[in-house]
Design a protein around this ligand. Structure first.
Ligand SMILES: [Zn+2]
Ligand SMILES: [Zn+2]
Length: 56
């Protein structure tokens, strides 16, 4: 596991276009969370794939 698939955590869209963001889960520090521009714009909640943390 060296290159995890980069997808929006909320809608599953591939993070290939501009305006997307990725960050590490603020709770567990392990889960990679991705957000596409649309979900950022609409403040769609995300959840960490590692610890089920849900946040804006
Ligand atoms: Zn999305
Ligand atoms: Zn987490």
């Amino acid at each position: 596991m060296t290159d995890p698939e980069r997808r929006c955590t909320s809608c599953g869209l591939s993070l290939t276009s501009r305006g997307t963001t990725q960050f590490i889960c603020p709770q567990c520090g392990n889960g990679a969370i991705g957000r596409c521009s649309r979900c950022r714009d609409q403040s769609v909640p995300y959840h960490c794939p590692q610890c089920e943390f849900i946040g804006p």
